[in-house]
Write a protein that binds this ligand. Structure first.
Ligand SMILES: [Zn+2]
Length: 295
């Protein structure tokens, strides 16, 4: 009986030591420039973390899944997001942001201002107002400079949508390029093919090693000309179970033809790439047991 009790305590102490080592290991990992495309089901949510520890959250996915994703991706106790970008107000992009706004300190928000009256988006606007957050309207040509040489370039929209009702909200999607050294990641929201053509015609710099494929791989986006201009090394499709047939087979086929690596969040779970300013390398998640013990 006594030995049994003793071995139980040895087990508890050993577990605490493992958790302690894992925690110290995580905290002591030097910050790097990382981009994580979260598996949030059918929708988009991606986190950029800079060498200076600043964070950019692009969309929040369809529900509260983003909270556990952020908890695992950020250092323990980190409750600040420096910049939140809402590509457009559809529920699969905005809903998760409401949970984030309720629990995190957000320093700045970038939106388009287009009118949408769903409860999720109205709640988002209410939270911005309640918290008195600095809100900027996205316009092509804008840049946001972050510490550590990171720059956010807004490529779309080319006009102001403030207070405007539009037939297709996807067409208002913020397209932005986050640049670190000679590496870049392009976020496209749900931007349709017509916008891709206009972007190319405008001569905007779209080239990026990492591409967040527009609109869950829908056939309404990702034209061959646009993919060639971006010429990514990796294309990430953020997608979950859905009734739209996303990603559409012809888009997946096109991506496989034109992009060396095509990844899907529904197959890979969260996808993280790290940049040293020269190139991106895939960062594998913690060992499963570390993922379990780390918040
Ligand atoms: Zn949309």
């Amino acid at each position: 009986m006594k030995t049994k009790l003793k071995s139980k305590w040895v087990g508890v102490v050993a577990a605490l030591v493992v958790i302690g080592i894992a925690w110290v290991w995580q905290q002591s990992t030097p910050p790097a420039f990382t981009v994580t495309f979260f598996n949030v089901g059918q929708g988009d949510a991606a986190l950029v973390r800079t060498v200076a520890g600043q964070t950019i959250l692009v969309d929040g996915g369809p529900d509260r899944t983003i909270l556990s994703k952020l908890g695992a991706a950020l250092p323990w106790g980190e409750r600040t997001i420096d910049l939140v970008i809402l590509s457009h107000p559809h529920a699969d992009h905005v809903s998760g942001l409401n949970y984030v706004l309720e629990r995190y300190r957000v320093r700045q928000v970038l939106v388009t201002g287009a009118v949408h009256t769903t409860p999720e988006y109205l709640r988002f606007l209410e939270l911005l107002k309640e918290q008195g957050l600095p809100v900027a309207l996205a316009r092509a040509g804008q840049t946001v400079e972050l510490a550590g040489g990171v720059r956010v370039e807004v490529l779309w929209p080319q006009e102001s949508f403030l207070g405007k009702e539009v037939p297709d909200l996807n067409a208002t999607s913020i397209v932005n390029r986050v640049v670190y050294g000679s590496t870049a990641v392009l976020f496209t929201g749900d931007t349709p093919e017509e916008n891709e053509s206009s972007l190319l015609a405008s001569g905007a710099e779209v080239e990026a090693q990492l591409l967040k494929v527009a609109h869950q791989g829908s056939r309404t986006s990702s034209s061959p000309a646009f993919l060639r201009a971006v010429s990514p090394q990796v294309a990430v499709i953020s997608v979950g179970q859905n009734s739209y047939g996303h990603p559409h087979a012809e888009v997946v086929e096109r991506l496989r033809e034109l992009v060396p690596q095509v990844l899907r969040t529904d197959e890979e779970d969260d996808i993280t790439f790290m940049s040293d300013g020269q190139s991106f390398t895939r960062q594998r998640p913690h060992l499963p047991f570390l993922q379990f013990v780390l918040p």
